[in-house]
Design a protein around this ligand. Sequence first.
Ligand SMILES: NC(=O)c1ccc[n+]([C@@H]2O[C@H](COP(=O)([O-])OP(=O)(O)OC[C@H]3O[C@@H](n4cnc5c(N)ncnc54)[C@H](OP(=O)(O)O)[C@@H]3O)[C@@H](O)[C@H]2O)c1
Length: 364
Amino acid sequence: MNELSPEDKRWLDAAVRYATPFAGTTADSPAVAAFIVEPLSQTLVTRAVTAKGGRPHAEAQAIEAAGYEAANRTLYVTLEPCSAWGRTPPCVDAIIRSGIMRVVIGSADPRHAGSAALLESAGIETIIADHAPSLALHAGHLLRQTAERPFVTVALALSSDGRIDRSDEAKTSLLGSEARDWIGMLRARSDAILVGAAAANNDPDLTVKLPGLATRTPLRVVLSGASGVDRRMNLIGGFSGYRTAIIAETSVAVDPPVSIETIRVNGKQGRPDLKLALAALSGKGVHNLLVEPGQRLLAALLEADLVDAVALINTLGSLSDAGLLASPDGPIAELLVAAGLVELEQQCLGVDTLVRYGRPSAPV
Ligand SMILES: NC(=O)c1ccc[n+]([C@@H]2O[C@H](COP(=O)([O-])OP(=O)(O)OC[C@H]3O[C@@H](n4cnc5c(N)ncnc54)[C@H](OP(=O)(O)O)[C@@H]3O)[C@@H](O)[C@H]2O)c1
């Protein structure tokens, strides 16, 4: 039988849940989970997730931990295993040597297309499922292979009157504590956070403040405009110990401290081309990019069709005329729908409400 049973689906669902918190910890490798399961009793023999920094891979760790117990078992893995020598030996070889008799793969991997066929030719029953949660888990990795860019999530805090800013430069966040924690988790599971230079001038603190997770602060990236980046802003000039980079158009002068990496891409009128900027981040191993945009960067990303998901947090506070409208072209929800995004769900975050948008065809 070469079909996904309800048990197969349950194990793949569990593998995705297991891998999800590790997003953002595996550098340029995707966060993959591998479960080895005894098929008759449907019990777990062992499980593993891609190690911190990306290696060893999940399958290799699970097989090593299972030892001789791997023989005649089923391997559930969220992404097609690797079949070529990279910085680790091919997982396909380890699977074949282990005596595993069946492999259920959550999502095909264009980077290792052919791995499933290799397993089949070694006599291992192999299924590649279009398992929606696995596709969502690896959406960033898959986009890097097919579109040379990361999965882009936009997070925006909105006042009750549709505004995102205080012109008096008050640093008070619009968000309640639950929403702040939720954004902290989103940051921790991202590989990089991008802000425009104008927003960076307001000295946002793009760190993860959840207890015990400060080291999960991802790469912080400032998108320079035509006038460069002010060295006095906290993100650039203040010592933080967090990795920070600037993306600037090739002709624009930027003079950051040596600890800040400058990524150069082509563009127009001193602004980096957004597609090239995202391609550069993808080339640096960014699978999941969180953007915390102001009005202009949000409009430019939507215009370029580079937004995969939006987390809109509606807050109770009002900013009245002191604030900047999220969009000068009408209510933000209408703008998102016009850009081809659909509302997926609403969730209470304490006093605030999270509304999630995504692409209708893509799992998010
Ligand atoms: N409530 C929230 O969730 C939230 C989140 C972030 C920011 N904000 C607020 O939003 C305000 C900033 O909004 P904003 O509209 O002035 O600026 P923005 O959207 O933050 O970013 C625009 C900046 O990015 C630069 N940039 C470089 N390439 C670009 C491109 N291809 N397209 C668009 N911009 C590009 C712009 O350069 P040029 O100078 O050359 O145009 C400008 O410096 C801040 O006051 C901040 O506090 C609120």
